[in-house]
Design a protein around this ligand. Structure first.
Ligand code: CP
Length: 314
């Protein structure tokens, strides 16, 4: 691990304001951290003595668990906070919750919240570094970073690739963060979905928009499927899930429109049989579980950079 890194931010709030160089710094560090998962003792002393609080006020399987594992692998003390067992159920506000946790002197607070802008709000009230683990429909930067890491590993590059993001674009913080990251890294990005789930003016982010999935898939290198976010009322934007699967779901027949070596991605959780068929999700072109594995290494890289990690990785 080298000492100087092209990353000078105190917080990680989104991909919108990171440069291509900063994104590449995180991807390269994540690549270095990957091999720790294969050691018999999966731990390095890099963040020994640091405290990371995972403040998850929305459900999560992958992001919360991987931040917790990432902190442990770096020897930081990780504390998990979930809404159901906290005083938020008694009406305590987000700011009061965060300032009280900050009074315990954590170094990093990782926050997931249903409200867009919550991580930015925290930065104005607490001393700890803040990592956005998904805020409403705004951004999910570590998902975009682990997605970029997966694409780079499987395709050898990102620049010049055609990436299709398909599904519930309107509600998707994953789509927004990926669009920012992939465009900065030189990919062509297409978004596809029912017209009712495509945000107006999405082309201003530098993407091509399609209201049918077939033309979007033609010649694609990467196919990223997104979950229909029924908890954000997406179900009211199309007739029913069977109709959605028939018109927009990724199955083997549709995947054949992409390049023969195209990879298939999904951030999870999947609605199997709706946006993606089980044969494709579990098929040879799927890299979905590699995305999850890389999520730990990418989150280690982010905690390392924000936590001022020492260079000792042995
Ligand atoms: N991709 C993702 O954010 O998954 P979780 O909601 O399970 O964390």
């Amino acid at each position: 691990m080298t000492g100087a890194h092209a990353f000078s931010h105190k917080h990680l709030l989104g991909m919108e304001h990171l440069s291509a160089e900063e994104i590449t710094t995180i991807l390269d560090l994540g690549e270095n951290f990957l091999e720790i998962a294969n050691r018999s003792i999966k731990k390095v002393p890099t963040l020994r003595g640091k405290t990371v609080i995972n403040l998850f006020l929305e459900p999560s399987t992958r992001t919360r668990t991987s931040f917790e594992i990432a902190a442990k692998r770096l020897s930081a003390d990780g504390v998990n906070f979930t809404a159901a067992s906290s005083s938020t159920t008694k009406g305590e506000t987000l700011i009061d919750t965060a300032t009280n946790l900050d009074a315990m002197s954590p170094d990093i607070v990782v926050i997931r919240h249903a409200q867009a802008g919550s991580p930015l709000l925290l930065t104005k009230h607490i001393k700890a570094a803040v990592v956005n683990a998904g805020d409403g429909q705004h951004e999910h930067p570590t998902q975009a970073l682990l997605d970029a890491s997966t694409i780079r590993a499987h395709k050898g590059k990102i620049e010049g690739l055609t990436v299709v993001i398909c599904g519930d674009i309107d509600h998707s913080r994953v789509a927004r963060s990926n669009i920012f990251a992939l465009r900065k890294l030189g990919a062509r990005v297409r978004v596809a979905g029912p017209r009712s789930l495509l945000p107006l003016g999405i082309e201003s982010l530098g993407v091509e928009a399609f209201d049918r999935v077939e033309p979007a898939l033609e010649g694609a290198d990467v196919v990223m499927m997104l979950r229909i976010q029924l908890e954000r009322k997406a179900g009211g934007r199309f007739p029913n899930t069977r109709e959605y699967a028939r018109l927009f779901g990724l199955n083997a027949r549709r995947l054949a429109l992409a390049k023969p070596d195209a990879i298939v991605m999904h951030p999870g959780p999947m609605n199997r049989g709706v946006e993606i068929s089980p044969e494709v999700a579990d098929g040879p072109r799927s890299v979905i579980l590699d995305q999850v594995a890389r999520g730990v290494a990418i989150r280690m890289a982010v905690l390392y950079l924000l936590g001022g990690g020492s260079d000792a990785v042995e």
